[in-house]
Structure formats: C-alpha cells, structure tokens
Write a protein that binds this ligand. Structure first.
Ligand code: DSN
Length: 417
C-alpha cells in the first residue's frame, strides 16, 4: 500500500506523524467513537482525489474534469444504499454534524420545534443542545432516561411530543449502551405529525452487520458518521426516502458545504466495500462479545455500569460509587496507556468538564484483533489503574505493561515509525 509516515523533506512534520503513529500503536484505544481504518481506507483517503474540486453531484458538476469523481461518488452511493437498504444517500457530508444540519434544514424552518435526547443523558450536541446550531436556531426540548432503569423514557418522549408538538423527533445517542426502540419513536412522531430522524453514528457498523435493528424502515432520515463502528474515514452520510432526496441534497450542497472531499468519499467507498464483505459481520460480532466481556469483568470488579450493562460496542461506568470523577479516571488511564473519555452519567451532578462517568468502547481494540480473553487482561489494566488514581509511578508501570501487551496486536505493521 502506498502509505507512509516518511516525510524527509519536512522533519518537523515527519516527527509529529511518527509520534502519533507510535501513540496509536502503544496505547489501548478505548474511545467508543474511534476506530482504526484498514490500510486500504487509509491509502485511498490519501489519494490523488484530494486535488479535485467537484462541487455539485454526479453529472451535474460545476467544474470540468469530474468524470472520475463522478464514478467514485456513484460507487460510494451504490454501496451505501446496498449496505443499509436505503432508497437514497448523500455521501458528501464532511462530518456527522453537517449530516445532521442538512437533515434539520431539509425538514425544518428556523424556530420549528425539535425533540432529541438530552446531552446530559447520552444524546449528542446536534440533537438540540443550546450551544449547537440545533438548539440555537430551533426550539428544542429533550427527553432522557428513567432514573430507575436508565433506559430511554419512551413515555416521556410521547408526553413531550404531545406537549411541545415538535416538527422533528431525533433518536440516537453518543453514550447510550442499549438498543433503541425505533418503532416507539415512529409511533410518537406519527402521533403528532412529526418527522423522525435517527442518528445512528455510533452503531452504524452494527446495523450494517444486522446485529442492531435498522432505523431505515422507521425513519424519514437516517444520519451517520463513517468513522466509528463503521470503520471508515472521518465523514458523514445522510440516508433518506426517495421523496426527500432533493431536499437533502440541496441542503448538503449548496446549502451547507462547498466542494465535497472526493478523497474522503473514495475512502468511504473503500470502507463500505469492506462492510459489505461477510468478514465484517464477524468483526461486529466480536465487538459485541468483547464489550460484553468487559462489562462482566468490570461489574465483577465492583464497578456499576449505567443501565446495568450493554447491548452495544460501548459501556458507561458510573464512578460515583467508587468516589472518582470521570476526569480523574481519564487522566489516570491515560498515564496507564489507556485512552478513553470522561462522560456524564444520567443525573450527574458534576460539571460536564469533570463528570462522574467513564465511557469505554471496544471497536478499535477489536480491529486490532483482541478477543474476549484479551479483554480480561484489558479489564485488569483498567481496574488496577482506577485503583491507583494519583499514584503516577504505579500508573507508569501499568503503561509499560500495556505497551508490551499491545505489541501482540500489531497496528499498520507496514508503516515505519
Ligand atoms: N464525538 C462523538 C463521540 O465521541 O461520541 C460524537 O460525535
């Protein structure tokens, strides 16, 4: 594969690239929204398509020389439609946020009501949070999880829908470890004549593999990023019914974006091609097994998991019962060679920059080849680090053992660091 970290003409940049490759190799990557793309995806994402302007859509471009950009975009669309059984797809969004924005602008006018999952209970910024376009330009309200079960409060969804009459209901989350009941959201939307958007960014890979219910039959619009469980390049997609195709496309371009990133669209095609292979189902199955194993081990070690466990690629530890904050846990794990993120737990009293939770995901480690028994060792590292928060010497020693451990799972062996 023609990928390289070699940049002898620019030693300063060369050194940073090597340091990042080494960081990725030496640490346990457990941020639930991250993954490692294949060498093919990496290589295509760095291809000559980075040179090409292609504003518009296939056969309707504003510049000349787009014949191969057209081929790439059509191929990517075809693969995405096939993978998710969708009528229409727009593959141009640069990220999940712009995919969501396109959906909002296609379905709503500024000032219209939206109902999304509260950020504090696991939702995403773009689902109506006051600091994002979704809460600034639209009249947003939010549902959450029940305090007793920590599962989505579907009665509250219905109640708020009836009370606030939103034009759009949003399902999907960033730190919800359980399966979402899309049919219930559809019922709520139908009850008040709202559209339903599902942001499946976190679990798109599981949906593609048939291991998580597909939102496509239920939702008017489905958005996703391509770089989480789907294991593609950083970017977004919007899937929708044929009747909304024009409205969505017009919002992505020229509504929000200029020239599409054709090299990233090409890398999306590569990733979607991989996701259509039978091995991808095995990969997603292994993610679920690995996360489930981690959940059992952490629970056995005395940690409380939000909702009592997980059905997906992620879990959320409630650290209040062990007297730690998310920030302290994240810092300790980092020193021990484990990369994860602090995360609010439902009904958290800590500031969002501190939090009481730790979110862990298994998608990236599964890509590296870890199986359930390896997750036992990972869990032991995590537990030891969390028991020695503040003891930097001990954390550094754990970090050295982590470094030895991960050598068993080579990452991009063809690259020099
Ligand atoms: N930042 C992503 C996550 O970590 O879940 C969501 O966009």
């Amino acid at each position: 594969m023609p990928i390289s970290t070699d940049l002898p003409s620019d030693p300063q940049l060369d050194a940073i690239l090597r340091r990042e490759l080494n960081r990725q190799r030496r640490k346990l990557e457990m941020i639930a929204s991250e993954n490692f793309v294949s060498e093919a995806v990496l290589s295509v994402g760095a291809s000559v398509f980075t040179n090409k302007y292609a504003e518009g859509y296939p056969d309707r471009r504003y510049y000349g020389g787009c014949e191969h950009a057209d081929e790439i975009e059509l191929l990517t669309q075809q693969r995405a439609r096939k993978l998710f059984a969708a009528e229409h797809v727009n593959v141009q969004p640069h990220c999940g946020s712009s995919a969501n924005m396109a959906a909002f602008f296609a379905l709503l006018k500024p000032g219209d009501g939206v109902l999304g999952m509260s950020l504090a209970h696991g939702g995403h910024l773009t689902h109506g949070a006051s600091v994002s376009f979704s809460g600034r330009l639209f009249r947003s309200s939010s549902y959450g999880v029940r305090e007793d079960t920590e599962l989505i409060d579907y009665d509250q969804v219905l109640e708020l829908a009836e009370k606030n009459k939103p034009k759009l209901i949003i399902a999907g989350a960033s730190s919800y470890p359980r399966v979402i009941d899309f049919a219930k959201f559809r019922q709520a939307a139908d009850r008040v004549g709202a559209c339903l958007m599902v942001d499946m960014a976190h679990f798109a890979g599981l949906v593609a593999a048939g291991l998580y219910p597909s939102p496509v039959p239920h939702a008017d619009v489905v958005t996703t990023t391509t770089h989480k469980t789907l294991r593609g390049p950083r970017g977004g997609l919007v899937l929708c019914r044929r009747g909304l195709a024009k409205a969505i496309d017009e919002q992505v371009f020229p509504g929000l974006q200029g020239g599409p990133l054709v090299h990233v669209i090409a890398a999306k095609a590569a990733a979607l091609g991989e996701a259509l292979e039978p091995e991808f189902i095995d990969y997603q199955r292994q993610i679920l097994k690995n996360t489930a194993r981690l959940a059992v081990r952490l629970t056995d070690a005395g940690y409380r998991l939000v909702s009592g466990g997980t059905d997906t690629h992620l879990l959320l530890i409630d650290l209040r019962t062990v007297g730690l904050t998310g920030q302290a846990a994240q810092t300790a794990l980092d020193k021990a060679g484990i990369t994860a993120n602090k995360n609010a737990v439902p009904f958290d009293r800590e500031h969002f920059s501190v939090t009481s939770g730790l979110r862990l995901g298994a998608a990236a480690l599964t890509t590296r080849g870890l199986k359930e028994s390896d997750m036992d060792e990972v869990s032991d590292f995590i537990v030891e680090a969390l028991r020695h928060v503040g003891d930097d010497a001990r954390l550094r020693k754990i970090g050295l053992r982590v470094e030895e451990f991960v050598k068993r799972f080579p990452l991009y062996p063809g690259l020099d660091a």
